[in-house]
Design a protein around this ligand. Sequence first.
Ligand SMILES: [Cu+2]
Length: 209
Amino acid sequence: MSLVKAVTAAVAMGASMAIATPAAAAPPHPFVFVHDKFQPASQAENAGAVTYDKSLVPTSATAFIAELRVGGKGMEHREGGEGQGHRMKYKGTFVFLSVRGLTPHHHYGIHVHTKPCGTKPDSSGPHYQNKEDPRQPSTNPKYANPHNEVWLDVTTNGAGKGYAKSWQKWQFRSGEARSVVIHKHATGTTQGKAGQAGARVACVNVPFK
Ligand SMILES: [Cu+2]
């Protein structure tokens, strides 16, 4: 286990424990995050993140990804003053991504995929879909869209940095969302091209909850 992974695991555990207390409070809202430097694909077995194209994702680049799962009965939030306003209930998933050290001014298509990263770009499997398209690979915008999948496209700034976030009203099925894949170009949205973003240039393992 790398130092980064060990620290990440320790902090993540601490964070979920902290959120879980006091005992009488609302149900816990699991928080997961990873912070990894990209390794060559040959290192996939022990790497948190791998690159398949060093010209677009060099090994000096890093990615930070966080997930907040707002669970079970939903998080309560009161608006307005005492005795007025309305009560709102939230349930869902928030995913945040930030990258640095990438190609400046480049649009990367980025999504949550179903399998862990591997030595081959295709190891990460298809996109995670809340409602699964019976026809795979899914290029139908009815299923391949940013509400049914998690899209985190980024256009980097002049320094090669960028960030993206996604809020969904649903939660991942346990163990079925395992990575974030960075693709060569922007994600398509039209019939037959929906969800497509070209070659997979890098992958980050994320144990989504
Ligand atoms: Cu993808």
